[in-house]
Write a protein that binds this ligand. Structure first.
Ligand code: AMP
Length: 194
């Protein structure tokens, strides 16, 4: 199994690159942000709770998101592997993910950290807000999301770096060039695994 974490600040291009990766490698895309947005649209109990956090640019509490994530993994079978997009976002989530995968006799193969400077992130998120009307892509919320990223999510990078699993990729430039760099690493890892 090939399990990949796609990591980076809001607006770094995680969703865009995930879509290209799943097409090429047949992995299953699990995006916690997308799942929560669907729950909100369907006005479920979880959606109503999550909405309060998302609209403020805060993270949904760990226990809640870990439970949602565990349920998803249990329901979805994919022998090729997964791409985790937007999860883990805290150290506690990263440890929970390791444990969940260990129980399933697998592990995170690699973590792609898409690195993009803050000005570019803000520009992209504002543009996305205009184009797709995501309610958390507003300037007041964006700044908060970037602060939350720095305080709570960035430490996760160090966690994977210590395990030798972190690949930092410059997330600025053409989408295809960035994808090519990612595929080089995936192909190398797959060869080692085979
Ligand atoms: P995203 O689409 O990944 O940018 O996520 C949108 C929002 O959903 C985030 O700003 C959080 O409020 C919430 N969210 C998504 N994934 C997580 C997670 N792993 N932990 C906590 N909150 C999350």
């Amino acid at each position: 199994m090939l399990n990949i974490v796609i990591f980076g600040a809001p607006g770094a291009g995680k969703g865009t690159q995930s879509n290209l990766i799943i097409k090429k490698y047949g992995l299953l895309h699990i995006s916690t942000g997308e799942i929560l947005r669907k729950e909100i649209a369907n006005k479920t109990e979880l959606g109503l709770v999550a909405e309060k956090y998302i609209n403020k640019g805060k993270l949904v509490p760990d226990q809640l998101i870990v439970d949602v994530f565990a349920e998803l993994i249990d329901q979805s079978e994919n022998e090729k592997g997964y791409i985790f997009d937007g999860f883990p976002r805290t150290l506690s989530q990263a440890k929970a993910l390791d444990e969940m995968l260990r129980e399933r006799k697998t592990s995170v193969a690699t973590v792609f950290n898409l690195s993009v400077n803050e000005d570019e992130l803000i520009e992209r998120l504002l543009k996305r807000g205009e184009e797709c009307g995501r309610c958390d892509d507003r300037i007041e919320v964006i700044q908060n999301r970037l602060n939350v990223y720095k305080e709570q999510t960035e430490p996760v990078k160090e966690y994977y770096k210590k395990k030798g699993k972190l690949f930092t990729i410059k997330g600025v430039g053409s989408i295809d060039d960035i994808f090519e760099e990612i595929t080089e690493v995936i192909d190398r890892i797959s060869n080692i695994k085979d």
